[in-house]
Design a protein around this ligand. Structure first.
Ligand SMILES: [Zn+2]
Length: 358
């Protein structure tokens, strides 16, 4: 059966192919050019921006352009570097993977002189051009700090690249070569849908205010409950939480089951997942007390909690027991919410006894 949403997106995305085709001289292209004039026009589509960066750093006033850009980001964004060839062919501009001061870069004067991809900054596969060599080759003005920032970002990206996949082409390269681009896009959209829970991961990253290039070992995150317990209800709970399948009041109001989307605990703010498990004032006090309790009884927690640590996205607790207690604490928050009970550490201490943590 045809996935109509993907089909519709695939049709729209052919605008990108037409826009990037130098043989296409349609007057309509001026409209995109005008909307994207401050960003180098087609370079935005040739870049590699995730949705978050796109909405934060690329301002367009026209709804159609915005829609095509968002669609393109959803389809084409690549969060990983697959091979050395892929790394060398990466676009330097508007690329969420290449950041200075935590934002993607675009140096118009460099781009105008033909500097577009990582390979343009290299002497050979491993050595970057020096500032002087860059000036001689491209006749661009640069200063040490700018070039150094770019090189540092690229070096760390090169170290992070994974070489365990066979694909050496970027998606853009294969898309531009495709004889049936809308088919290529359709297949990709369907594959993305079937793949790992990418959307829930992106939402968690945004909720935790982490940038999408920050490395979270999602495989370990999904395995964490299995490694610290055999209790099915805890494993299922964590699975639902990670996949954002817990029905908060925010969700229940949207689907017409509840009248109010306010938080069960504080009754003042919307009950989203991140609010319930982290930012709610009541939850926040609970986590502080939990941290103190863990320090007193189990292990010395010196670093501050963050949403990524209490939700189990980043390794934090050193022992299996404390990781399990943190999982039980998350579950306890959910139980208190569903039973409309008071979220208090003393109740948690009794609650966790039933799990026989030893
Ligand atoms: Zn609240």
């Amino acid at each position: 059966m045809i996935d109509l949403i993907s089909f519709n997106k695939a049709l729209k995305s052919t605008w990108v192919k037409k826009y990037l085709d130098p043989e296409n001289h349609g007057k309509w292209k001026l409209f995109f050019d005008w909307q994207l004039q401050h960003y180098g026009g087609p370079l935005v589509f040739r870049g590699n921006l995730n949705r978050h960066d796109l909405s934060k750093f690329i301002n367009t006033t026209d709804a159609f352009t915005t829609e095509i850009l968002q669609l393109w980001s959803e389809i084409s964004y690549e969060a990983n570097v697959n091979s050395t060839d892929h790394f060398l062919s990466l676009p330097l501009w508007h690329n969420s993977l290449i950041r200075i001061d935590n934002r993607p870069v675009y140096y118009k004067s460099w781009s105008c002189k033909g500097i577009q991809n990582v390979t343009d900054l290299l002497k050979d596969q491993n050595t970057f051009l020096s500032s002087q060599e860059l000036q001689e080759r491209y006749n661009v003005k640069t200063n040490y700090l700018v070039l150094h920032g770019l090189k540092s970002s690229l070096k760390s990206l090169r170290e992070r690249r994974s070489l365990d996949t066979t694909s050496s082409q970027s998606f853009l390269q294969s898309f531009l070569k495709a004889k049936k681009p809308s088919k290529a896009i359709y297949d990709r959209l369907v594959t993305i849908k079937q793949k790992t829970p990418f959307r829930s991961q992106e939402k968690w990253l945004a909720d935790c205010e982490l940038e999408s290039h920050e490395t979270i070992d999602w495989k370990s995150v999904y395995l964490l409950p299995f490694k610290c317990t055999k209790i099915t209800k805890l494993i299922i709970f964590q699975f639902k939480l990670l996949h954002r399948r817990l029905a908060t009041n925010s969700f229940l109001k949207k689907i017409g089951i509840k009248q109010s989307d306010l938080c069960t605990f504080c009754k003042t703010e919307e009950e989203s997942l991140i609010h319930l498990f982290w930012s709610c004032g009541i939850t926040s006090i609970f986590w502080q007390e939990f941290k103190q309790w863990i320090t007193t009884n189990y292990e010395n927690v010196t670093s501050n909690f963050s949403p990524a640590t209490v939700l189990g996205f980043k390794p934090f607790f050193s022992s299996k027991k404390t990781r399990l207690l943190c999982l039980i604490a998350r579950y306890f928050i959910w139980v208190c919410r569903t039973q409309e009970a008071v979220l208090r550490l003393e109740n948690f201490v009794t609650f966790q006894h039933s799990f026989d943590v030893c």
